[in-house]
Structures are given as structure tokens and as C-alpha cells.
Design a protein around this ligand. Structure first.
Ligand code: ADP
Ligand code: MG
Length: 680
């Protein structure tokens, strides 16, 4: 059978039901998926060393002749060891493999192999533990760079590599190319067949680099094509002509900032234009987006339409409701809340007043897109912190208001430079809230090292003594995809047969949970809670709620602390291992404090010795403008750092999961991909 790009992987030789299932865990369904399952690293096996020359602990290739056959033995339950001796002209060594008894079949006494692995030396004894072994065959040179794939139980490297090579040779040039000749020429990108061949089987570093460049471009380009609500050009939308919001502003205890007034003017002009509004309001934490949303809602209702505000979490929805409902009530507008927790009679009442039109504004979570939710006349949809919603959810809500002909406003709490906005949101019009309300105090920021630990703990006590609260944020550490040990893991641990040493790298959960326990020991008199991404939403909400109510003095968390959550009584933010965070992310975190009237502090704890890490953190001390910080991130460090500021949960479950683009530090390439995809 002739393989094509879309052929199910099951039709490949050697792939049965079990393997197909295992491959599926890696997201591989088709031959195309297989070819887009990129290596996560490469081993440089071109570095061949004689045994005597290698340093103790050096990882290298060794061309050795097997002096013995492989001898299998059981070390203890669940731990088998296979051993042999081998030599080259400079010396000899012992080679050991763990739990790979089948290695016996692939190494024979007298044969010559390239072993790649870490050499350790004990006295005069050389030991190679769990190296890879490739036979040396005349006329068939071994590749200098070898792909290391993300794996799962039941899928070995050898199997994957063979499958990939088989697929490449069967497909030949029959691989769909999404980049036009023109684009490829313009940016000097190689074609897809070459790129895929080189990413899996790089003949040298140069070919690998050019393959990566092309595939990163493609990845960003595809993503930019897929987002991008492009503005509906033909559609008409209700003309909301009455733009007067003076009754609303008169009821506020403050005057709007210049940026708020400008944004509201832009919004109301859109609403009155007769064309569907597609606008993004991007503004720093605390820049006052809620009132901008309220003004838009007010205009919609005033002109005889309903408005829906969708927030990503229940906490945020409730927060908006508590703030807006009393304000709008004084203007004769009825507001209701709809979340998963609104049940029974209360829920029926909301739904009825919604469909009979007595309700002006409905605020809620994605419960708003439920089938039973029917608006009498929905004219405006507002999504708060929208990158947490999938395209589908956004559209489902718009459709309740007639789809293209419904006005839409999107609020983003991340100050976004233009290129990124285009990339994430498509060609929406953009309003920037680049001015904070007056009198906002700056959060005093410090960068300190581990030697300050005791003083830090005292500082936490001091906040408590003054009736205030503290956030402590720990970095997330990438978790492995499943619990299975990979070849790589086994190679990672030193020769010493100590199975207990094979531990998973600290997981994100462990970092926060362990740290909260450590803190609890140092600060026994305080109430300390912990939240992380793997908790159930209700557990998370419970802890957040207890922190918000003041029951907890300290909240230890990963970066999941909800975007936009408002606990004005929290005055101290401590960020552990601050060098691991992007600046935009630190800025977001810092925005969690300084929300009340009391003086607030942000302390970045880092023992990093690197100059760039230090100077990066220093930026945080002097800069408080989110747009400038985002631009600094983007200019200095490429989009990778910016994406680090979008919390891990979203990256994992949402739309922002890239295979390669975290390698992308090439700003020009990123911009080119976005602009080509948007046809600009
Ligand atoms: P954001 O959603 O942009 O983070 P919010 O809308 O929650 O910010 O506003 C933060 C706080 O600032 C709220 O307490 C709000 O009442 C207040 N606020 C908003 N605009 C102004 C203003 N122009 N002057 C003074 N305070 C304001
Ligand atoms: Mg907000």
C-alpha cells in the first residue's frame, strides 16, 4: 500500500494495535503526525574519543570492540543488569545496561560498535553505563547527530527512529507544503521535505539549523493563520447611536483616566458605526479595564440590547458581578450572575429574565454558552482575559447574538506589543490602557539572594502583625509526560545501581507544595495555604477564597494565581527563583499586590550568578510600565519569554502549545511569520 501523509499510522509495517495506542499517547495518529513528532534534543555522537583520553564523567562516543558476549544477571527485583567488556587501542572498559536484557542479541563478541554514553572512572577502571550501541558497518557511515525523541511506554527510540526513516523514504517528495515558493524564497527557508528529513536525521549542524528555522516559521505561521479572528468585512451590526455615558461617569467616585476615556470613545464609535466591533482592550493590571467594559455594556443596554460578560473563572465572574451590579442598578439596568454554581430556582429566574429581555447584563463563566441560555436581544459580547477561552467558546457566545453581526470586545490583562496582539488575536482593533489611575503607589521591588531568607521570613511575620497578607510564588518545573523511565533517565543517573536515585525531576506541584511545608515549619504561627495547577477547580477556588477572606496569612502557589484576582489586603509578593520567570510574568505577579492603600513590596529571590539574569531582574526595580516591560522582553529575549508569561496551565491545555517555537529567539522570523499569515 502506498503511504500518504494522512495514512493512519496503523498501516505502517511493525505497528499493531498496541503500538498504535502507545503512539496515540504521543499524539501520533497518522504518518504526518509521525513526521511532525520532532526530536526534543540531539546527541552529538560525532565526538569520538579513545577511552584513555576521555575525562572522568565525559559523555562521548567510543568506537570499541566487544571482548566478551553480553552477560545478563538479576540485581534485585525489577532490576536486571547486562554486562560486557570492550576495548579500543587505548584501553578497555566495562559496559553495563539496566533492564535491557534484549541488548544481548545485538552485541556479539568480536564485533565493533559505536557506544555513546557517559564514561566514569573508578581508580583505573573505566565504566560505561547504559550507552547506546550501533554496529560499525563498512560503507555505511554513522550519523554524527542523533535525534532524541519524546517517548512513552511501549515506544522506544529505536522503533521511532526506524518508523520515521521508513516513512520518509516511502513518502519521498509527497509531503504537503504550506509555504508558497514566494515566501520561502523571501525568507530563505528550505522546502518541507528537506526540513523534515534534516530535523529527524540531520547530516550536520548547519542543515539542522536551517530545518529548525523553516519549521519554526511554519509553526508560527500556522498558528497565526488559525487565530485571527479576522474582522467580518461584509456584516452589519446594530447601530448603537446613543453614546452618552455621562450618567455612568457621574456615579463613579473618581474621574476616568485619559486612556480610559480614549478607549471608551473608540469603543462607542465602533458601536455606533453599524459595523460589528472587533476590539481588543489591552491594559496593565489595575489600569481599570472593568469600568471600560461597564461603559460598553451601558451603551449596549441603553440602545436596547443585552450584553454578556464572560470571565474565565468563577472568582473573576463573581468579582465583576459584585462591582458592576450595584453601579448599573442605579442606572436602572438589571444585572445577573450565571455560573455553574447558580442552580435551581435562582438559575431559572436568571434564564427567564434573560429570554424575556428584562435582564440587561449577564455576567458569568463559560456557563454562558450553555444550550439553555437564550438572550432576547444580545448585541455585545465582552470576553475578559480572553486567551483563556478557546476560539470555539468565544464563537459560541457570539452566535447567541447573531454571530458576525454581534459586537465583541476582548479584554487582555497582558500589555501586548502589536506583533504579539496580531499573532494571538488576529486583526482586531486595539485600544491600549497605558496609564494607571492617579495616586496608585508603586510596588517597591527588591532583588535578594538566599542569604536574606531569615529576614524574608521576618518580613512575612511583619505583614501579618500589621494585618496584611503575603503571596509566595514558586516556579513551575516542566513535568515529564508520563511516569515511565526513558533511556535518557537511566543514562542520567550515575553508575551505582541505586534505583532510588532514579527520581523524576521536581515537578511543579512538588515545588510549591514542598515549599509551603518548609515555610510552615519556619512560620508555625501563620496560616499557610497552597494552590497549584493540578488541583480541582473547586479545591483551588476554596483555597483562593480562604486567602481572599483573610483566613490564610500566606498563599504559596505556582503561577496559577488567577489573573485578575483582587486581594487588596495582600501587601507582599515573594517570587522564588525569580530568574526562571519572564519579565512580563514577573510584572503580572507583581500586579497582585499594591491593590489596597497600604504600601506594598515585591521581592525577587534569586541566587543566579549570571549577569544577564541579574540585569534582567534589575529592570523590574526601575520599570513599572507593563508595555515597556513586554517590549523589553520581546526585543531582548524573543517571544519565548513573553509566552512564559502566559501561565502554564493555558499553555498546556489551550491553544499555545508549540513544538518548536520555544526555541524561537529570532524576532525577525517571528514577525515575518505573523505578518505573512495575516497578509500584511
Ligand atoms: P484591571 O481589571 O484593569 O486590572 P480594575 O478594573 O479591576 O483593573 O480596576 C482596579 C481598581 O482601580 C478598581 O478598584 C477600580 O475601581 C479602580 N479604578 C479604575 N479606574 C479608576 C480611575 N480612573 N481612578 C481611580 N480608580 C480607578
Ligand atoms: Mg480585571
Amino acid at each position: 500500500m502506498q503511504l500518504t501523509f494522512t495514512t493512519s499510522i496503523q498501516y505502517m509495517r511493525g505497528v499493531g494495535d498496541t503500538r498504535a495506542k502507545a503512539l496515540l499517547r504521543l499524539g501520533i495518529r497518522t504518518v504526518g503526525d509521525l513526521l511532525y513528532h520532532f526530536p526534543r534534543a540531539y546527541e552529538f555522537r560525532g565526538n569520538v574519543k579513545p577511552l584513555a583520553v576521555a575525562e572522568n564523567g565525559e559523555t562521548a562516543s567510543f568506537i570499541l570492540t566487544a571482548a566478551t558476549d553480553v552477560h545478563n544477571a538479576t540485581l534485585r527485583r525489577g532490576m536486571r543488569i547486562s554486562k560486557l567488556r570492550a576495548f579500543d587501542e587505548s584501553g578497555s572498559c566495562e559496559i553495563a545496561f539496566f533492564n535491557q536484557p534484549y541488548i544481548k542479541d545485538s552485541i556479539v563478541k568480536g564485533g565493533e560498535y559505536r557506544f555513546y554514553g557517559k564514561l566514569t572512572r573508578e581508580g583505573r577502571k573505566n565504566i560505561l553505563s547504559s550507552p547506546t550501541a550501533e554496529p560499525i558497518i563498512e560503507g555505511r557511515p554513522l550519523a554524527p547527530l542523533v535525534a532524541v525523541y519524546p517517548l512513552t511506554t511501549g515506544v522506544t527510540h529505536k522503533f521511532l527512529a526506524k518508523l520515521v526513516s521508513e516513512a520518509m523514504s516511502q513518502l519521498g517528495e509527497n509531503i504537503p507544503e504550506i509555504l508558497s515558493d514566494e515566501i520561502r524564497e523571501k525568507y530563505g527557508l528550505c522546502n518541507i521535505t528537506r526540513a523534515l528529513r534534516a530535523i529527524h536525521m540531520p547530516p550536520d549542524f548547519k542543515a539542522l539549523e536551517s530545518a529548525k528555522r523553516r519549521l519554526i516559521f511554519e509553526e508560527l505561521y500556522r498558528f497565526a493563520l488559525g487565530t485571527g479572528q479576522s474582522k467580518p468585512r461584509e456584516a452589519t451590526a446594530p447601530k448603537l447611536a446613543d453614546r452618552d455615558i455621562s450618567a455612568l461617569t457621574a456615579r463613579l467616585p473618581y474621574t476616568l483616566t485619559g486612556a480610559q476615556t480614549r478607549s471608551i470613545t473608540e469603543i462607542s464609535a465602533d458601536l455606533a458605526s453599524g459595523k460589528p466591533m472587533r476590539r481588543l482592550v489591552s491594559g496593565d493590571v489595575g489600569s481599570g479595564k472593568t469600568i471600560v467594559a461597564a461603559a460598553a455594556a451601558y451603551i449596549a443596554v441603553k440602545n436596547g440590547h443585552q450584553c454578556a460578560i464572560m470571565a474565565p473563572t468563577e472568582i473573576l465572574a463573581v468579582q465583576h458581578y459584585n462591582e458592576l451590579s450595584p453601579l448599573l442598578a442605579t442606572l436602572g439596568i438589571k444585572t445577573a450572575l450565571l455560573t455553574g454554581s447558580v442552580k435551581g430556582k435562582a438559575r431559572r429566574e436568571v434564564l427567564t429574565s434573560l429570554s424575556d429581555g428584562t435582564l440587561g447584563l449577564l455576567i458569568g463563566t463559560h456557563a454562558l454558552i450553555g444550550d439553555e441560555v437564550n438572550f432576547a436581544k444580545l448585541g455585545l459580547v465582552i470576553c475578559d482575559e480572553q486567551h483563556r477561552f478557546g476560539v470555539g467558546q468565544r464563537e459560541a457566545l457570539l452566535n447567541k447574538g447573531g454571530g458576525d453581526s454581534c459586537h465583541q470586545l476582548t479584554m487582555s490583562a497582558t500589555p501586548i506589543p502589536r506583533t504579539l496582539a496580531l499573532f494571538l488575536y488576529g486583526d482586531l482593533d486595539m485600544s491600549k490602557l497605558d496609564e494607571l489611575p492617579p495616586g496608585r503607589q508603586k510596588v517597591e521591588t527588591f532583588v535578594v539572594g538566599e542569604s536574606y531568607r531569615e529576614r524574608l521570613n521576618n518580613f512575612i511575620r511583619k505583614q501579618k502583625a500589621e494585618g496584611h497578607q503575603t503571596y509566595v510564588v514558586c516556579p513551575s518545573v516542566e513535568e515529564k509526560e508520563d511516569g515511565a523511565l526513558t533511556q535518557e533517565d537511566i543514562r542520567l543517573f550515575d553508575f551505582g545501581y541505586n534505583i532510588e536515585e532514579i527520581i523524576r525531576p521536581d515537578s511543579q506541584i512538588k515545588a510549591a507544595v514542598t515549599w509551603s511545608q518548609t515555610l510552615a515549619e519556619s512560620l508555625p504561627e501563620l496560616n499557610i495555604g497552597c494552590v497549584h495547577g493540578k488541583m480541582k477547580p473547586c479545591e483551588k477556588d476554596d483555597i483562593m477564597g480562604r486567602f481572599a477572606s483573610g483566613e490564610l496569612d500566606v498563599l504559596v502557589s505556582t503561577t496559577v494565581i488567577e489573573v485578575g484576582v483582587n486581594v487588596p489586603n495582600a501587601t507582599l509578593m515573594i517570587v522564588e527563583n525569580a530568574e526562571r520567570f519572564g519579565l512580563s510574568q514577573l510584572h503580572q505577579l507583581r500586579g497582585r499586590v499594591g491593590r489596597g492603600s497600604a504600601k506594598s513590596y515585591c521581592i525577587l529571590v534569586s541566587d543566579s550568578k549570571g549577569d544577564s539574569a541579574k540585569s534582567r531582574l534589575e529592570v523590574m526595580k526601575s520599570t513599572f510600565d507593563g508595555f515597556r516591560i513586554a517590549e523589553y522582553d520581546l526585543g531582548e529575549r524573543g517571544p519565548g519569554d513573553f509566552f512564559a508569561s502566559i501561565d502554564d496551565e493555558i499553555r498546556q491545555h489551550g491553544e499555545l502549545r508549540f513544538r518548536l517555537a520555544n526555541l524561537c529567539e529570532d524576532m525577525d522570523l517571528f514577525e515575518a511569520a505573523v505578518y505573512e499569515a495575516k497578509g500584511i
